[in-house]
Write a protein that binds this ligand. Sequence first.
Ligand code: 13P
Length: 250
Amino acid sequence: MRHKIVAGNWKMHKNAEETEDLLNELIAKLPSDVAVEIIVAPTFVNLASAVDHLEFTNIDVAAQNMHQAESGAFTGEISADMLKNIGVNTVILGHSERRAYFHESDALLASKVNTALKHDMRVIFCFGEELKDRQAHQHFNIVENQLNDGLFHLETKDWVNIVLAYEPVWAIGTGETATPEQAQEMHHFIRETINAKYGGDVAEDVSILYGGSVKPDNAKEIFSKPDVDGGLIGGAALNSDHFAAIVNAI
Ligand code: 13P
């Protein structure tokens, strides 16, 4: 069901001690009575302790990636079963850094999505155009293709476990945010694209997050747009005051 979500993608930051410190700060500072789902995604090695630490809070834990195979000779990889087994029920897939640095294609991501759903996990599926695509006015085409190739093989029933995160690559970690109008324009296009493929119920029910240089001072305006259901936060999620301010901006 469509609802407000603020998720923090910690990327490759915070060792075990720092993770515990940041979680303690978040528990102290985040509101417990807000109608927004709060998620944090620490690194793999700190997921189990984060799940334990957050057990009696309203903060959920997500993984930043997983492998598509059930198990096997894939040195260095983590399976859906391993995540579920430690109480992680949500996984971020398709982040632009995975696409760019680890060469994850839409076809590979489609198979990761399938594996996650098979294990009853929820997927936060990331996508978004690069600067050159926007400059060439290809951003709508790129986003449509990413949705088509990564997700449009799914059945209607699968969409209850899909959250979308539109992250224009040119806005990630650059300090350059999409304007609230650019975010709304793209989120509206995404909902229309889903509507054309799956119909109005799926399109209206899916939560679409914006990611890319969301900060305390721009969050409120971005979140006020009708098709923006929250944010996937990078840098600002590493600072408890900033993350709490972003959650409170919803
Ligand atoms: P920044 O908020 O640091 O731009 O990162 C966004 C992001 O990549 C979240 O997944």
